[in-house]
Every structure is written in structure tokens, then in C-alpha cells.
Design a protein around this ligand. Structure first.
Ligand code: C5P
Length: 239
């Protein structure tokens, strides 16, 4: 374990060691997972900007479709109706100044819409539906086809990009996470969401194998970002 409780990736030097500098290598796909309000979004955004790659919040994609379900007055618990709506919905994913965007049936949603309380309350129900996951996972993988990115979520290292060597799991104590949400002035049932996200059958929240685990409870954002960037640089020396 490293000084901040995270796993330290041991340097591997020797035969076949690639001596190209970091900037000469193809841009990395960085997977950052963790529970609600662990700080992973802020960290992912800053890591992406430091690496010069796109930042994508996969949670934003589940939120956007949840907003659409509610907007269409479909009961989130009625799986068949949600799946029917999914089949009739088009998604268009792209990026705007290095930040991933999604339009749902041509509508670009404001951040306030997708972080509204009713979306917080229902997103884990929608995200547990396997058909919703496979459709959005396909969109998420498409982002990684040509360029590097930093994507944060719950199953990015375990399911979306299982082959990337750059996997992180950012955690924080339940008290710290509750406190962070309160400070943001957001009403969010994070304990219920975490329970639902960790216990569902389809792609539950897990610590991916080989992930570097960082407990951010007592760290500043800068400290977490620095430790993630240092681990990426170390790992990049080996691939
Ligand atoms: O990251 P964020 O809190 O915005 O995610 C909202 C919800 O979207 C999560 O609570 C979870 O139910 C779902 N989600 C998911 N898989 C992901 C990202 C988010 O199931 N990769």
C-alpha cells in the first residue's frame, strides 16, 4: 500500500522496456471508478486536462437517459416500458472543449437538469437495467476508439475498458461523502444509490482488479490528482 492507502504500482524495468517518452506514446485510456461523491468526477476532469484528453462522466449518460424517462412520464420501475423507450431514443455523444457531451433525441441537457433530485432518486433504478447498460456502454467504448480519454463511473475499469492498464478506484468515508454533497447544496441519497449500485446484478460497482485505490477522505483534490498522474506516468513507462 502507498502512503495514501492506495496500491503502488511497482516499476518493471528490463527486457522489452519501451523507452519512448510519455508524450510519444498513444494517449491513454484512464478508468476512474468509485462510489457517489468520492470526488472522482473533479479528479477525473483535472487528470484529463493535465493529459490533454477528453473527460467523460459516464454517470452523466445514465442521468441523461433517466431525465428522459421521467420527462416522458415512463415509470422508472417499469422495465419493459423503459426498454421500449430506449429503443425509440437516439443518443449522440461527442465532446465540447474536452468534455464529453450527450444529446438525447437531439436535446442537450443542462447540468441542473441531470443533477436534479428526482434524477438522483431514480438513476440507480434505470442504470440497473441490462439493456440500458449495454446501449450506453457501446457509446462509452466508441469514445475510446481513436483517442485517449479519462472516463469516470462505476464499471469503467471492470466492464467498459477492462484492458486498460490505467485503472483507479477513488473512495472516501461515508461521512466525508455525505458532507461533500451537503456542501454542494445538493439533495442526494448517496447511501441508497451506493447500495443499489453495489448490489445490482448487471455490472455492479466493484474495485476493478489491478486498480490503484486512493482513499481521498483526508486528501486535497490536488493530492489525489497528483497521485493519479504519478501512477499513470509510472505505469506508462512500462507499457
Ligand atoms: O457518477 P454519478 O453519481 O453521476 O452516477 C449516477 C448514477 O449512474 C450512479 O449512482 C449509478 O447508478 C449510475 N452509473 C452506473 N455506471 C456508471 C456510471 C454511473 O451505473 N459507469
Amino acid at each position: 500500500m502507498g502512503p495514501d492507502g492506495g496500491k503502488v504500482v511497482a516499476a518493471k524495468v528490463g527486457e522489452g522496456h519501451d523507452r519512448r517518452s510519455m508524450s510519444e506514446k498513444s494517449p491513454p485510456i484512464v478508468a476512474i471508478d468509485g462510489p457517489a461523491a468520492s470526488g472522482k468526477s473533479t479528479v477525473a476532469r483535472r487528470v484529463a486536462s493535465a493529459l490533454g484528453v477528453v473527460f467523460v462522466s459516464s454517470g452523466g449518460m445514465y442521468r441523461a437517459f433517466t431525465w428522459w424517462v421521467l420527462e416522458k412520464n415512463v415509470d422508472p420501475a417499469a422495465n419493459a416500458a423503459v426498454v421500449e423507450l430506449l429503443g425509440a431514443t437516439s443518443f449522440d455523444c461527442g465532446d465540447d472543449c474536452g468534455v464529453g457531451t450527450i444529446t438525447v433525441d437531439g436535446q442537450m441537457l443542462a447540468p441542473e437538469a441531470i443533477s436534479a433530485e428526482r434524477v438522483n432518486r431514480n438513476v440507480s433504478i434505470i442504470a440497473a437495467i441490462p439493456e440500458v447498460r449495454s446501449r450506453l456502454v457501446a457509446e462509452q467504448r466508441a469514445y475510446g476508439q481513436s483517442n485517449g480519454l479519462v472516463m469516470e463511473g462505476r464499471d469503467i475499469g471492470s466492464v467498459v475498458f477492462p484492458d486498460t492498464p490505467y485503472k483507479f478506484y477513488i473512495d472516501a468515508s461515508p461521512e466525508v461523502r455525505e458532507q461533500r454533497r451537503r456542501a454542494e447544496g445538493i439533495t442526494d441519497s448517496i447511501a441508497e444509490r451506493d447500495k443499489a449500485d453495489s448490489s445490482r446484478a448487471a455490472s455492479p460497482l466493484v474495485v476493478p482488479e489491478d486498480a490503484v485505490v486512493v482513499d481521498s477522505s483526508d486528501l486535497t483534490v490536488e493530492e489525489v490528482v497528483d497521485s493519479v498522474l504519478a501512477a499513470i506516468a509510472e505505469q506508462r513507462d512500462q507499457v
